[in-house]
Design a protein around this ligand. Structure first.
Ligand code: ARG
Length: 588
């Protein structure tokens, strides 16, 4: 904090050096605690909430469960109240006390902090020294990349960014569906329909085509499945001749995926997969479960009985001895703990697999791994009706392509602007991807939603393109007012010129909330709060636009202060977009 503000006592769990609002809250808590002795400052702090309807901060007195009537408690706080550089005024309303911040301090301290932290604003040190493994996306090779995978990708990338912003060491893992009986099936299919050439040009598509064809054959010819099972058995036994093709399929598919993730601004530290789970971890797990009396034999297959935990019975080993999805997840978790010694491991998997995830989490708990309690399932609802204008979507690149085309058509409608954009292809792709991501992260994760190209790619309403537009507009202020740049250091900017504008105050207040928005995202694992923040900020900026002008403002002092406000808003809007894995555009 700037030295002009009164000093404050420390409060556990707060950090005014990364959030000025912590300082304002401490100053409120201090007054409340002093007036309501024996209430501690920590207890009072926990009761300082954001206010509603134009109030900055509000304290609900009943929550402290203090003896005495609410009105008397309120009076005690009010009687002792003295305005200072933190808080300008106090208001009593029924069970609530509302506190209005000092506008000059609010604006100055918020903008100063954004400036001082230079790109790190919003970040905090809460996770320092801790490690989290986040598994997300995890498509199946040779099957379609459906919207469920897209959601996992978008939410997972967001979570990775949030944990990083909170100083966690993050390991992003993609757990490919690259193992299982279906690869026996594809192997049989490849002998019949495979082409090296097509594989090289688009592995994902070619393998998918083969998978579709051979499944069709299997419907009429029972031999196909028998052959496939035999083939997979050889793969599980490590037979090199059976693994040779599979290895190439995997490699080429990963390469292709990597390029597409790159377009989505999503990156993985490891491409692991079901194939990478060692036979030994699986055998050890089954052995241990067996010793614990949790395994039942059923016609040669092995079952784990989780009925006591209301999770049914689940096969852990097939009759022919091959492993299955569930067992691979059990063995895989053990291996990951051994490898990373994580403090937390997050699985971003659709709610359709809730039972599966509960089962393998429960099994790990029953096996008494102390880290089993550190596993977190982040689930999400279904997406209905995703198809392109040409038909059903099966591949990720179709989704990106369709979004790009729609946006490109939109952009071309304004020829002048279109011609000013350096790389319209790239820009329309980014706009399209932003539209998809925003649509996906607007509501709570668990909600289902219907994919709607028109709505998500519109420039009106709370859409991705609108958000990009808000950023582009902010980015243009500097270009249009080069005479104001570079701005002088904060100490030489006259903040007082901003304090009379309620619009400027509102923008500064929203900017001040950003560190809280990040903390809440870490707690709830919900991107929707960040999306809401980005739109509220965009709306506040858009309302300020008419009155808080920069271009045409003759008073240079005023113009510079406003410019600083907008530049700060732009920095924070961009930060919130990046947190959502969106690349903010400069022009469109
Ligand atoms: N590949 C799976 C699917 O597409 C998702 C994997 C989720 N992760 C896991 N550890 N089971 O259904």
């Amino acid at each position: 904090m700037a030295s002009s503000l009164p000093s404050l006592p420390p409060v556990a769990g707060t950090d005014p050096s990364s959030s000025v609002f912590d300082a304002f809250r401490i100053s409120i808590a201090k007054r409340v605690a002093e007036a309501l002795h024996p209430l501690t400052i920590e207890q009072a702090y926990a009761g300082v909430d954001f206010g509603k309807k134009g109030e900055d901060f509000t304290v609900a007195l009943p929550r402290f469960r203090l003896p005495g009537k609410v009105d008397e408690l309120a009076k005690r706080v009010i009687d002792q109240f003295q305005a200072d550089d933190f808080v300008a005024s106090i208001k009593h309303d029924k069970a609530f006390l509302h506190f209005q911040l000092n506008t000059t301090s609010l604006i100055r301290e918020t903008l100063n902090q954004i400036h001082r932290l230079d790109g790190q604003y919003g970040c905090n040190a809460s996770g320092s020294g801790k490690k989290v493994v986040i598994e997300y996306s995890s498509p199946n090779i040779a099957k379609s990349f459906h919207v469920g995978h897209l959601r996992s990708t978008i939410i997972g990338a967001f979570l990775a960014n949030v944990y990083k912003a909170c100083s966690w060491e993050v390991i992003s893992a993609n757990y490919l569906g690259d193992w299982g009986t279906q690869f026996g099936l594809i192997a049989v299919g490849y002998e019949k329909y495979g082409s090296q050439e097509e594989l090289k040009s688009d592995a994902i598509k070619h393998l998918f085509d083969i998978y579709v064809k051979i499944n069709k054959d299997a419907e009429t010819d029972p031999e196909v499945k028998v052959e496939a099972a035999k083939f997979f058995r050889r793969m599980e036994d490590g037979d090199e001749s059976a693994l040779k093709n599979w290895r190439e399929w995997r490699e080429l598919s990963v390469k292709k995926y990597e390029a597409e993730y790159d377009r989505l601004n999503v990156h993985f530290d490891v491409y692991t997969g079901e194939s990478k789970v060692g036979q030994k971890s699986i055998d050890d797990a089954i052995k241990r479960l067996d010793e614990m009396g949790l395994i039942e034999d059923h016609e040669g297959a092995k079952l784990i009985n989780l009925e006591k935990h209301k999770l049914g019975k689940a096969v852990v080993r097939k009759k022919d001895g091959t492993s299955i999805y569930l067992t691979r997840d059990i063995g895989g978790a053990v291996e990951r703990y051994e490898k990373y010694k994580f403090d937390k491991m997050i699985y971003v998997i659709s709610s359709q697999q809730d039972l599966h995830v509960s089962q393998f989490f429960k099994v790990l708990e029953l096996m008494e791994f102390p880290w089993a309690k550190d596993l977190v399932h982040i689930n999400y609802g279904l997406v209905q009706g995703m198809s392109t204008r040409k038909g059903t979507v099966v591949f990720l690149n179709q989704i990106i392509k369709e979004a790009t085309t729609v946006m490109h058509e939109q952009m071309q409608k304004n020829e002048e602007k279109y011609n000013a954009v350096e790389d319209p292809e790239k820009t329309s792709e980014e706009l399209g991807i932003t539209g998809i991501k925003i649509q996906d992260m607007t509501a709570k994760r668990i909600n289902n939603y219907t994919f709607n190209w028109d709505r998500m790619l519109s420039f009106e309403g709370d859409t991705g393109p609108y958000l990009q537009y808000a950023h582009v507009r902010l980015a243009s202020i500097g270009r249009k007012n080069p005479h104001l740049l570079p701005l002088p250091p904060p100490s030489e900017i006259n903040i007082e010129t901003l304090t009379t504008s309620t619009h400027a105050r509102e923008i500064a207040f929203l900017l001040g909330t950003y560190p809280d928005v990040v903390k809440t995202a870490l707690k709830t694992h919900e991107p929707s709060g960040v999306v809401t923040f980005a739109f509220r900020l965009s709306h506040a900026i858009s309302s300020a636009w008419e009155t808080v002008i920069v271009k045409g403002e003759e008073d240079i002092e005023k113009a510079k202060a406003r410019m600083w406000l907008y530049e700060s808003a732009r920095d924070v809007l961009a930060a919130s977009m990046r947190l959502l894995s969106i690349r903010p555009l400069e022009r469109m």
